[in-house]
Design a protein around this ligand. Structure first.
Ligand code: TMP
Length: 210
């Protein structure tokens, strides 16, 4: 039995991650590939507690360093207790966010430099990387507008629009440097976004040795 693959979906708030994940699920089901789903931060009981800590608005200022460490603390729990064992069992994993989020939000948004993030990422992930990442690209004004229309905003969603421009710029910069990351234009009509996602999956998974 071959090991499973890890497919990650990324993007700012309101980019349409949830419906994109549903498209990936349907695709894998059609290929008779069994999979589990994860989300970050979170995805294990302890990591979900860390998610609540990092997302809830808090009277005490959460420092950028604390935020960065909580993201990686959560990722470490998820990697060792869920992602790696699942992949080893032969199942695939669909991840709602992974390390690229820290690169974009903490690296781009909070302006931690690459060396700082690299050193924490190396300790946490030890070279582990998703097989395929789909980044849903959208103008922050459009994405945040959709997120606002959905209801109450979490602590990070309450950041100013400039923060999300820095996050998006970092996402684009990193996606353009990595051939395992595919940029999907998420401002298109939903049907077209989903068609583009299926096209990437067809190319990448169709060619795989699953
Ligand atoms: P979401 O899963 O509902 O999008 O919420 C997760 C929030 O946490 C979102 O605002 C992005 C942020 N985040 C980071 O800042 N860094 C990270 O490494 C991850 C995984 C998420």
């Amino acid at each position: 039995m071959s090991a499973g693959k890890f497919i990650v979906i990324e993007g700012i708030e309101g980019a349409g991650k949830s419906s994109a994940i549903a498209v990936i699920e349907q695709y894998l089901q059609q290929q008779n590939i069994s999979f589990d789903k994860t989300r970050e931060p979170g995805g294990t009981p302890l990591a979900e507690k860390l998610r609540t800590l990092v997302k809830e608005p808090c009277d005490e200022q959460i420092t950028p360093e604390c935020e960065l460490f909580l993201m990686y603390a959560s990722r470490s729990q998820l990697l060792h207790n869920k992602i790696l064992p699942t992949l080893a069992s032969g199942k695939w994993v669909i991840g709602d966010r992974h390390d690229l989020s820290s690169r974009a939000y903490q690296g781009g948004g909070r302006e931690f430099n690459n060396d700082v993030i690299d050193s924490i990422a190396n300790i946490t992930l030890n070279g582990f990387k998703p097989h395929l990442t789909l980044y849903l690209d959208i103008e922050p004004e459009l994405g945040l507008g959709r997120a606002q229309a959905r209801g109450e905003l979490d602590r990070i969603e309450q950041e100013k629009i400039e923060f999300f421009h820095k996050v998006r710029n970092k996402y684009l910069e990193l996606a353009n440097q990595d051939e395992t990351i595919f940029i999907i234009d998420a401002s298109q009509p939903m049907d077209k976004v989903h068609q583009d996602i299926r096209a990437v999956l067809g190319e990448q998974i169709g060619a795989s040795d699953q």
